[in-house]
Design a protein around this ligand. Sequence first.
Ligand SMILES: [Zn+2]
Length: 209
Amino acid sequence: MSLVEVKQQLVDCIRMLEQSDIVDYNGHCSLRLDDGHILINIGSCQRSRLTVDDICTIDIEANQIEGRDMRAEVKAIVHAHPKWSTFLTMAGQRYEPVYAQGSLVHPIPLLDSPNSINNRAMADRLAATLGSRPAALMKSHGAVTVGKDIVEAFVLANYLEENAYRQYMALQIGEPYVFTEEEIELCREKLWNENLFKRTWDHFHAKLR
Ligand SMILES: [Zn+2]
């Protein structure tokens, strides 16, 4: 992919997240390039009308605000303030896998602070909370997902929020069925799949206005 194509993919990712109510007037997606530079949307951009001109390039030092000592396999990060996922953290409800795709980010660690990640100490706390997991929740704040590419980070953010929505709704009418470890393992084997991630991406991409 050319640099412009990569930027466009990042733009599409953010616009799809905005259309899905996962990203609001804050929130960002970033991608680490092979040369160590980071592509990220500028803070003041209109996420619903994003273009490649709203993507800036920053050096690794600046990126350490987001995720210091970032794992080598992690290339893309989504940080957003999705409602349903955050409701669970506000009410002290544990995220439970209640639909197949949602099991891919389970168990999801929780950053036990609503503070923004805008200094080293908070970045370290978030990195320590995330550990080697693909996603983390941030109490009364939002969520972060990471991936080997933009598609993966996008798809995981989508699965996380969709699962939280279904869990929240099911809680209104009873006790949701939570997948067993065996069922979670089966889901992971079947659904952690690049082609299926691409299919999810394509589904939302086709709906982009
Ligand atoms: Zn935030």
